[in-house]
Design a protein around this ligand. Structure first.
Ligand code: NAP
Length: 310
């Protein structure tokens, strides 16, 4: 069993920032991540709304955050999955490799892609169905792609693909997008992007690879087959909170961890930060802020300086 003061689960924007602040305040700080460090922001083709960077790729921004955290002494262990939390007399994190005891824990496990849940999605995953444009766009150079969703992820994915694919269709189930105005404006200016309003994908079809999608117009009731080479599903996120919930951490009806204004969960000394929390805005900037608050409060909780108010 290893002992750490601050143990952070998840090395995305929130976790890395909590790590940076924890280590800089002198706490012995460890971050573990079931994947490589960087979190889902790594998959963002372009980031234009993180202050200080007018335009930077997700990969580069997150690489800088990883280096920054390491420079101040955070230890980061990748490819190590937290499987269980034990929060009785002590706080323990059991991973697939180790058992850790920590004075305080920050859960920053983020989210994973929501599945569309239609026939063919599973079958053609990796054979034309993708959830990550940055990872898979090169396969669709000069090809016809369909993006599904109406949020910021769908919009940024469609914009990114428009630089490579011959045509991009964006299918959204409503007659307006929820993506931010700057992205919607950019989409409108793209000659090879078409938005299919009130459109739901009912099935993904093909042979070895994706060939067609069955589209349903929920206004007219019409069904049509559309020929496509690739389908990018961008219909939102699901929080990675199951192991926390099993340990008695309170979550809301959608599974997001409930936090207060100091990023505290319902269990003393256990914090949550970033996309896994029930805070309404999911941005790299807000994840960074939440990581700062969590680590700062955790420092007070552990070391009890004279100014700390429990
Ligand atoms: P999101 O904002 O939750 O949007 C998901 C979209 O998918 C919605 O338009 C939703 O439709 C649609 N949808 C959900 N389930 C569906 C289904 N079964 N069939 C068809 N459509 C479905 O998710 P997101 O775009 O992945 O973004 C996640 C969070 O990250 C958001 O808070 C977002 O702002 C943030 N983000 C920000 C940026 C940026 O700032 N540039 C980039 C990426 C992500 P309805 O609209 O009808 O609900």
């Amino acid at each position: 069993m290893e002992k750490w003061e601050l143990l952070i689960i998840g090395a995305g924007a929130a976790g890395l920032t909590a790590g940076l602040y924890g280590a800089r305040s002198g706490l012995k700080t460890l971050i573990i991540d079931e994947k490589m460090a960087g979190g889902t922001a790594v998959d963002a083709p372009v980031i234009e709304n993180y202050p200080g960077f007018t335009r930077i790729s997700g990969r580069e921004l997150m690489q800088r955050m990883v280096e920054h955290a390491k420079r101040f002494g955070v230890e980061i262990r990748e490819l190590e999955k937290a499987e269980k939390l034990e929060l009785d007399d002590a706080k323990r994190v059991i991973t697939d490799k180790n058992v850790y005891e920590a004075s305080a824990i920050v859960i920053a496990t983020g989210t994973r892609h929501r599945k569309l849940g239609v026939p063919g999605e599973e079958e053609f995953s990796g054979r034309g169905v993708s959830y990550c444009a940055v990872c898979d766009a090169p396969f669709f150079k000069g090809k016809r792609v369909l993006v599904i969703g109406g949020g910021n992820s769908a919009a940024t994915t469609a914009l990114y693909l428009s630089e490579l694919a011959s045509t991009v269709k964006l299918a959204h189930r409503r007659n307006q997008l929820r993506a931010e105005e700057a992205l919607v404006r950019e989409l409108r200016n793209k000659k090879n992007v078409e938005i299919l309003w009130n459109t739901q994908v009912k099935e993904i079809k093909g042979d070895n690879l994706v060939r067609q999608v069955l589209l349903h117009n929920n206004k007219t009731g019409e069904n049509v087959d559309l020929e496509v080479d690739g389908v990018f599903v961008q219909v939102g996120e699901v929080p990675n909170s199951e192991f926390a919930r099993e340990a008695g951490i309170a979550v809301n009806e959608a599974g997001y961890i409930i936090v207060d204004f100091r990023q505290r969960t319902n269990r003393e000394g256990v914090y949550a930060a970033g996309d896994v929390t029930d805070r309404p805005v999911k941005q790299i900037g807000t994840a960074v802020g939440e990581g700062i608050i969590a680590a700062t409060d955790a420092y007070g909780y552990i070391r009890r300086p004279y100014y700390y108010k429990a």
